[in-house]
Design a protein around this ligand. Structure first.
Ligand code: PGA
Length: 252
């Protein structure tokens, strides 16, 4: 059975105090609801990972970094390596979020190197893919997403791909309140899984969690997560509100 995952991507939001209050609220609500179905992951700013890790100890909540360097070590001022993330006991890292692709020039090749760094240091990459609006409108979204997956993941061994999580996030749905319909999400997830199956075999493809992201909210999560190939969500804006986020976890 594939792991269900609900990951909250806080992006560049919250002071340390606010982050810690949000975490406390999420922990309290999850404990009150006794929810154990999905893996809950908080993708906090790097700076807070150590504090929040101490705070969530024993709760079952996992943490993720929002990015890592494509390099292992060295003279890359301001960068954070996968080895550093692993060394503080954080198990996940988001790789290739569309904001990183768009604002920080992350290419397929850079992202392939980041995925390699993550896996080499024992982190689970949450690899993001997804098309911008003009590509969706041109009808070439399936080709684009295929190329994102092929170019940055298909060099991986069968063992390594199994340790990877994929998040499909149509760019036009991120932070816009305009979510993909559950049919659009399911269709693309099935396409991604079919490519994985063609390359790595059906049994391997069946084991890889594919999350949906893009304006996931408490009121649309249930329908999205009910799709057979949607294994949870990568949640941005709604993860900044404890009750909304926990409602999304419940929907999974
Ligand atoms: P959103 O962001 O839920 O605010 O649309 C999703 C994401 O960027 O991961």
């Amino acid at each position: 059975m594939r792991q269900k995952i609900v990951a909250g991507n806080w992006k560049m939001n919250k002071t340390l105090e606010e982050a810690s209050m949000l975490t406390a609220e999420v922990m309290r609500l999850l404990a009150a609801e006794a929810i154990h179905t999905a893996e809950v992951v908080l993708c906090t700013p790097f700076l807070y990972l150590t504090n929040i890790k101490a705070q969530v100890a024993g709760s079952g909540i996992q943490l993720a970094a929002q990015n890592c360097s494509e390099h292992e070590w060295g003279a890359y001022t301001g960068e954070i390596s996968a080895a550093m993330v692993m060394s503080i006991g954080v198990p996940y890292v988001i790789v290739g979020h569309s904001e990183r692709r768009q604002y920080f020039g992350e290419t397929h090749k850079i992202l392939a190197a980041k995925v390699d760094q993550a896996l080499a240091h024992g982190l689970t990459p949450i690899f993001c893919c997804g098309e911008p609006l003009e590509i969706r409108e041109a009808g070439t979204h399936e080709q684009l997403v295929k190329s994102q997956v092929v170019e940055s993941l298909f060099h991986l061994s069968p063992e390594a791909i199994q340790k990877t999580v994929i998040a499909y996030e149509p760019v036009w749905a991120i932070g816009t309140g305009k979510t993909a319909t559950s049919q659009q999400a399911q269709d693309m997830h099935a396409v991604i899984r079919a490519h994985l199956a063609a390359k790595y075999g059906q049994p391997a493809a069946e084991e890889i969690s594919i999350l949906y992201g893009g304006s996931v909210k408490a009121d649309n999560a249930k329908e999205l997560f009910a799709c057979p190939d949607v294994d949870g969500g990568l949640v941005g804006g709604a993860s900044l509100k404890s009750r909304e986020f926990v409602e999304i976890v419940k929907a999974c």
